[in-house]
Design a protein around this ligand. Structure first.
Ligand code: ZN
Length: 469
């Protein structure tokens, strides 16, 4: 992508701009950046629907898998980040400011809050809190990056993690790591239609250099050995089940613990790009600073306990940047900003035309009532080809509904549904608008079936978006 990649995600051509590197950024885009500031992505109307639909799915997905759902503040007292060590070691990447003689920070990470939540839960409920304890948040963090290094949605100053922290006994570590990987697969396949295979996914395992433990790598030899053994065994199980390969980086672990990163390989026409997705990281530093080991020992009598950071998508912004590029802006029906375009085809004959227009608008209204994002486009038999091409190159709604003279007269509905393989045309009987709504809802539900199975959610955010067509 060129330096014109942008951090303002909106509808239509704006969504398209993210995937078309040589498009000229329109004046509006530049104004947005000027007023909003650089490196802080703004999800406008189109991006906003995507975000909210995805957030509903993510919350349902994690809640079903035993994660508690949290929401922690963007601004916090610097005391918390002194406790975590960030003020000492990470300050140059943080936004720090004073108000009424007190020092505050904009959180660069969610972890300290999640550990506080764990501790306060333990304090209140003691041994009734079961381990592994898992807390999830759609957490927006801000980190200072020099302006020269900012790049579209891929390198930003503000981003949102699908972030969770897991506090697990050592005996559960292998299961936790393997389950997190499985969750990632379910999410990528079920929600984003991305098939996980050895072709496009590999795992990067970053372990310590044993000779440097105690110096460059903090924690004890026993901790590193146990964590790396769990990761190694989990990676073996992942390799066995999914056929994905692995790269091991000795000495590449973070100073606070070993980790695995899941990498996606995106093959373009002439390029091969690597796209970092989820991560699972062990941490031997924060539990010491937050005295998690002492508390767990006192309450549970457990000595070996791990604190694990994990994200399935990583940064939602960076994931979206890569996903838009990969999918060429073609989003599945549950995530598409505009889900259904009703195309009213006029022939120029008065009574029939009125009927078509009426039916199209009535259908759109009823679909919006049912919770869908819909627009109506009026066209004629001569301009329909151009109009559909325009819609397909801009807003890319997964479902097109055609209403013309023939459809109204014969009580049928012509649908064009975008599925993984491309567009599929189909005709269904629909003598009334109510019947048409039922048929279209059935098509959406068919597409969303897997999303519902894994998250218990069919996100509904109703909107009349006719103006973007
Ligand atoms: Zn964390």
């Amino acid at each position: 992508m060129s330096g014109q990649a942008k951090d303002h995600v909106d509808f239509a051509y704006e969504l398209d701009l993210v995937i078309k590197p040589d498009s000229t950024v329109p004046l509006l885009g530049r104004e947005f950046n000027y007023y909003v500031g650089s490196g802080v992505p703004l999800f406008s109307i189109g991006g906003g629907y995507f975000r909210h639909a995805l957030q509903q799915i993510l919350v349902g997905f994690h809640a079903r898998r035993g994660y508690f759902i949290a929401e922690t503040p963007i601004i916090a007292s610097s005391e918390l980040f002194k406790l975590s060590g960030h003020m000492e070691f990470y300050r140059s990447n943080m936004f720090v400011f004073d108000i009424e003689d007190k020092e505050y920070v904009i959180k660069p990470m969610n972890c300290p809050f999640h550990l506080l939540i764990f501790l306060s839960h333990i304090a209140r409920y003691r041994g009734k809190v079961r381990l592994p304890f898992k807390v999830f948040e759609i957490g927006r963090v801000h980190r200072y990056e020099p302006s020269g290094s900012l790049y579209g949605l891929l390198r930003v100053r503000g981003f949102t993690q699908d972030d969770a922290h897991i506090i697990a006994p050592e005996s559960e570590a292998l299961n936790v790591v393997f389950n997190v990987f499985e969750e990632m697969v379910q999410l990528l396949e079920g929600v984003f239609n991305l098939k996980v295979s050895s072709e496009n996914i590999y795992v990067r395992l970053s372990v310590s250099d044993r000779s440097l433990i105690g110096r460059e790598f903090m924690g004890t030899i026993e901790e590193w050995e146990a964590a790396e053994r769990a990761l190694e065994e989990a990676v073996k199980a992942i390799e066995g089940k999914y056929g994905v390969s692995r790269v091991t980086g000795v000495g590449e672990a973070a100073f606070y613990g070993p980790k695995i990163d899941v990498m996606m390989v995106v093959k373009g026409e002439a390029t091969v790009k690597e796209w970092q997705m989820g991560t699972i990281q062990f941490d031997f530093n924060l539990p010491r600073r937050f005295r998690i080991y002492d508390v767990v020992k006192e309450v549970y009598g457990e000595t070996g306990v791990f604190v694990i950071h994990r994200a399935l998508l990583g940064s939602i912004e960076r994931f979206l940047g890569g996903y838009l590029e990969l999918s060429k802006g073609r989003l599945p029906v549950h995530l598409a900003p505009l889900q259904i375009a009703v195309i009213a085809i006029k022939t120029g004959e008065e009574p029939v035309d009125k009927d078509i227009e009426f039916k199209a608008v009535e259908l759109k209204d009823k679909l919006v009532e049912r919770g869908f994002r819909v627009g109506v486009k009026e066209t004629t038999k001569t301009s329909i080809g151009g109009d559909v091409r325009h819609i397909e190159s801009t807003v890319k709604p997964p479902i097109l509904v055609f209403i013309g003279e023939k459809e109204v007269k014969e009580g049928v509905l012509s649908l064009s549904v975008y599925t993984k393989g491309g567009r599929v045309r189909r005709q269904v009987q629909a003598r009334t608008v109510a019947e048409a709504v039922r048929e279209i809802e059935g098509v959406v539900l068919e597409e969303e079936k897997r999303v519902y199975e894994i998250s218990g959610v069919n996100p509904r955010i109703p909107a009349d978006l006719s103006h973007v067509l």
